[in-house]
Ligand binder design. Structure first.
Ligand SMILES: O=C(O)CCC(=O)c1ccccc1C(=O)O
Ligand SMILES: [Mg+2]
Length: 339
């Protein structure tokens, strides 16, 4: 197992209620499984995963335990989801390459060309938000996700009203509060969000507050994202806390874990929306493959390539007309070293 650091800058930073994401640093992870090489990506995002230093330490540890077999190395990375993602994706890449099938087929998915994706619209003024929404619809997106929670609730409602007025009734509109609201703010927003026919409200309350989210459910579907970093799908289902789950492989510890969570969610009647933490191209491709491995996936949060000033490889899953192309070569995506 070899580990190589990288640093990517965002040309279009994403403003969220957690703060602004303007760079993504991480590690390319390479393995060889029975003579077949595989490449993965570990891109920690503090607040969501372990820190960059902890990720580096964990990968170093896994390099040592890797001698006892890959399962031992993976087990050693339980407390470092981004590091585990890097290794799990590299192993999956090698194994699907050895089987000579694209990763989504290796996962059991039926043959498919593309998956629907949402446009991601960061915090901004009413005018900026509307301009981005219009641009996205012109580019062919039929689902928009707008970040809220940085401003007062009334200001966010004004932004969403303006977007709805600009794009019309046929566009699916999502809002992501990134845990910024308390229960009274969320309660105040919900009737208006219902009037705006919001497709779902993502993570209004703190990640630990499953009961609070359960109380909010009603006319507006509630999706949980941050909560899945701490709680299993089973716990979310048990608490009746969500109508949808948002799954980020980098946060859950790997594409294998994300697919397991998606299957568990679907089993319980919850749609699973794949997304990333604005990852590099290898992890983004992995998330596209996981989405593509599911029958009829809802629009995924995977239209983020354009935000990166540079990337690990040319975009393996380019977005066009509101869909991401599903890579059809064997494995996950090409190794950056192979050009
Ligand atoms: O899901 C999307 O549309 C894009 C990704 C996204 O919003 C995001 C990106 C980085 C960190 C957190 C989040 C989030 O979904 O909350
Ligand atoms: Mg979110």
């Amino acid at each position: 197992m070899r580990v190589e650091p990288f640093s990517l800058r965002l040309s279009t930073p994403l403003s969220t209620a957690h703060g602004t994401i303007d760079a993504r640093d991480g590690f390319v992870v390479r393995v060889e499984v029975d003579g077949t090489r595989g490449v993965g990506e570990a891109s920690p995002l503090p607040g969501w995963t372990e820190s960059l230093d902890d990720c580096a330490d964990a990968l170093e540890r896994a390099q040592r335990t890797g001698c006892d077999g890959w399962d031992a190395a993976l087990a050693d990375l339980d407390d470092a989801p981004a590091a585990r993602h890097g290794l799990a994706l590299a192993l999956a890449d090698a194994r699907s390459r050895a089987a000579d099938v694209p990763f989504y087929r290796y996962l059991g998915g039926d043959s498919t060309d593309r998956v629907p994706v949402n446009a991601t619209i960061g915090d901004g003024s009413v005018e900026e938000t509307v301009a981005e929404a219009r641009q996205a619809v012109e580019a062919g997106f039929t689902t928009l996700k707008v970040k809220v929670g940085t401003r007062a609730v009334d200001a966010d409602l004004e932004r969403l009203r303006a977007v709805r007025a600009a794009v019309g009734a046929d566009i699916a509109l999502r809002a992501d509060a990134n845990a910024a609201w308390d229960a009274s703010e969320a309660r105040r927003a919900l009737p208006e969000l219902a009037d705006l026919d919001l497709a779902y409200l993502e993570q209004p309350l703190s990640s630990t507050d499953l009961a609070g989210h359960s109380d909010l459910r009603g006319d507006v579907p509630i999706a949980l994202d941050e909560s899945l970093a701490e709680h299993s799908v089973a716990a979310v289902v048990e608490a009746g806390a969500a109508d949808r789950v948002v799954l980020k492989p980098m946060v859950l510890g790997g594409p294998d874990r994300a697919r397991e969570a998606a299957l568990a969610a679907r089993e319980a009647g919850l749609d699973a929306v794949l997304s990333t933490t604005i990852d590099g191209a290898l992890a983004r491709a992995g998330a596209v493959h996981v989405a593509a491995s599911l029958p009829d996936p809802p629009a995924a949060g995977l239209a983020t390539a354009d935000r990166l000033a540079t990337d690990l490889i040319p975009d393996p899953a380019p977005v066009d007309d509101g869909h991401a192309d599903v890579p059809q070569g064997a494995g996950n995506a090409p190794d950056p070293a192979e050009g």
